[in-house]
Ligand binder design. Structure first.
Ligand code: KG4
Ligand code: ZN
Length: 353
């Protein structure tokens, strides 16, 4: 006898500048298609919310059609719709969530409004297989830097810490601007850093010492570090003293990676967790990858980082989380669900009141 097919979940991502659609059955990813409006924003040096919203509206139907056609499936095959209903840009969220509601209503299938940041962790299951009982997720991107204790991806996620100011990718983009590199600066700073000496300049590690560290054991702060880089550059430019941009990039990258890995490692020890998942677009950072691989291996902690295409914003992460919610029997969201640009990370999905 053949096993009955697991439900087919359509995942929709539209929290920032990527319009993503994916189809997941169980833990199997069938297709994942993303359209990005980044090119339209780059000349402004940052995401323009109005432009992003309009781009989602334009990309919604073509991207959905492409996903269905690549998977050789039709809308009638879809058993549930999952959409990222927060956190994110309110206009972007509204376009995706309105579209998802229309689809769920027309198809007569359940709708799940899910948490985008938790989705960054959930997608790893499609790549590396079922999650262990508990794990830590470090979600780092241009918009978020959060450390999550995941007791159950469908129902029990605790936010241990987050950034108090800039996200890791955001800090890289700002330092990229200081160094005269194109936007988004993250990948350029990373490339330059590989040619420099990470120990050349002792940049500060925010919230790692004294009372600040005691009060914020798992929170991050990168704005002091960014200011230190700005001061260093100003001082050298004013005095005419020569300096190496590569050393600045390398020492800055070292400080960010060191703080992220040190705090995650401490949380793993304190919470007795044996697995760490890293997600979000900043997980592409080469120094973070290197340092995490080295220090977690030394500590006997399993490190799971999905390939970069699943770390940047995409539909697969939303479909993965929707599929996990279905498996766990979590109630679908009401059709009048509202988007929540500040959705707390303790909320994996919007459940009926
Ligand atoms: O997840 P993502 O694609 O978009 C969101 O922010 O949601 O993350 C992009 C962020 C940008 O800030 C980008 O500059 C940064 O991650 N980034 C990097 C690297 N690749 C992307 N930062 C440092 N090193 C990289 N290799
Ligand atoms: Zn994201």
């Amino acid at each position: 006898m053949t096993e009955p097919l697991q439900p087919l979940v359509l995942g929709i991502e539209s929290t920032c500048d990527e319009t993503g659609f994916a189809l997941v059955r169980g833990r199997e990813l069938l297709v994942d298609v993303t359209a990005s409006s980044m090119d339209e924003h780059s000349r402004f040096g940052g995401i323009v919310p109005e432009v992003a919203s309009r781009a989602h509206l334009e990309a919604f139907v073509p991207t959905l059609r492409e996903a269905l056609s690549r998977a050789d499936l039709t809308l009638e095959d879809v058993d549930a719709v999952a959409v990222a209903s927060g956190p994110g840009l309110v206009g972007s969220l509204t376009v995706g969530t309105a579209g998802a509601k229309a689809l769920a209503l027309a198809l007569g299938v359940p709708l799940y409004g899910v948490n985008h940041v938790v989705g960054h962790a959930a997608v790893d299951e499609l790549v590396d297989g079922p999650f262990p009982e508990r794990f830590l997720a470090l979600v780092v991107s241009g918009g978020h830097s959060s450390l999550l204790l995941v007791n159950d991806i469908a129902s029990d996620v605790v936010e241990l810490g987050q950034t108090l100011d800039d996200a890791a990718g955001e800090a890289f983009d700002k330092v990229g601007r200081l160094l005269g590199l194109p936007y988004p600066g993250g990948p350029h700073v990373d490339r330059l850093a590989r040619e420099g000496n990470p120990e050349a300049i002792a940049f500060p590690r925010g919230l790692t010492e004294g009372r600040a560290a005691a009060r914020h054991p798992y929170d991050f702060s990168f704005s002091g570090l960014k200011t230190a880089v700005a001061r260093y550059l100003e001082a050298h430019e004013d005095s005419g003293e020569p300096y190496s941009k590569a050393d600045v990039a390398a020492s800055f990258s070292e400080a960010v990676a060191d703080v992220l890995v040190t705090k995650t490692l401490r949380a793993a020890r304190i919470h007795d967790v044996g697995t760490v998942v890293i997600g979000g677009g900043f997980s592409a950072n080469s120094r973070l990858r290197e340092l995490a691989a080295q220090r977690f291996a030394e500590a006997g902690i399993e490190l799971r980082i999905p390939p970069i295409r699943y770390c940047t914003d995409n539909g697969a992460m939303i479909a993965a989380l929707g599929s996990a919610l279905l498996r766990a029997g979590v109630a679908p969201s009401p059709l009048d669900l509202a988007v929540d640009s500040q959705m707390p990370l303790s909320l994996t999905s919007v459940v009926p009141r």
